[in-house]
Ligand binder design. Structure first.
Ligand SMILES: Nc1nc2c(c(=O)[nH]1)N[C@H]1C(S)=C(S)[C@@H](COP(=O)(O)O)O[C@H]1N2
Ligand SMILES: [Mo]
Length: 200
């Protein structure tokens, strides 16, 4: 429901507590990315897992659809200050991928590799959590190409640039490697509750 004066959504007390500092709530889901929307041919699409893992592997779209699934009800926060509350995603829990890959003890960081060379990076300790999924559905529908379909990461505890759209691979590393927006001065840690928007 919209507030008549501000035409912003009316929030419950619980929702208000879930809005990080400096953010406003939007009911629409903005589309935000660098570059154009890639078109994907699911027949030739694949996803690679490599780096500091005992079991590097590649899976196809059909293999992805056969993996265990999970629904995620959560809030998302963009560094450009919009937050969307009570979003619904569905996909494969990241822990399924981590278990199958069998990480080396040396693996401490992850790089998400997306179409067109977009990357973003996270410590494994942030990435390995039960609210992180490889999502192919949002709000009950297949993820649209604009929002990262066929497959994106959803990692709600960090600003949303850490959730790569059109994700095609995960690289596990001993050392950190900053990604696309991080190179442009975005904060490497990106915690919305600490307002880690930009590096200094
Ligand atoms: N591949 C790719 N993923 C990306 C981006 C991008 O430029 N390229 N932008 C990020 C940013 S800044 C945000 S806020 C979210 C936006 O996702 P949405 O368009 O579905 O809202 O995607 C993130 N993932
Ligand atoms: Mo963003």
């Amino acid at each position: 429901m919209l507030d008549r004066l501000t035409s912003r959504p009316k929030l419950t007390d619980d929702q208000k507590r879930r809005v990080p500092p400096g953010q406003y709530v939007t009911e629409k889901w903005p589309v935000l990315h660098y570059g154009s929307v890639p078109r994907t041919d699911l027949a030739s699409w694949d996803f690679k897992v490599w780096g500091q893992v005992e079991e590097p592997f590649t899976f196809t779209w059909d293999e992805f659809l056969a993996m265990p699934r999970k629904a995620l009800h959560t809030d998302i926060h963009c560094v450009t200050r919009w937050s969307r509350l009570d979003a619904d995603f569905e996909g494969v829990p990241i822990q399924h991928i981590l278990q199958r890959a069998r990480l080396e003890p040396t693996a401490r960081f992850v790089v998400e590799h997306c179409e067109q060379g977009y990357t973003t990076n996270l410590p494994l300790a942030v990435f390995d959590d039960d609210d992180v999924i490889l999502a192919d559905k949002a709000d009950g529908q297949p993820l649209t190409p604009e929002h990262g379909g066929p497959l994106r990461l959803v990692l709600p505890k960090r600003y949303f640039w850490k959730s790569g759209k059109w994700l095609r691979g995960l690289e596990f590393r001993e050392t950190d490697q900053i990604g696309f927006w991080e190179r442009y001065g975005y904060h490497n840690d990106a915690d919305p509750w600490k307002e880690e928007r930009f590096s200094d």
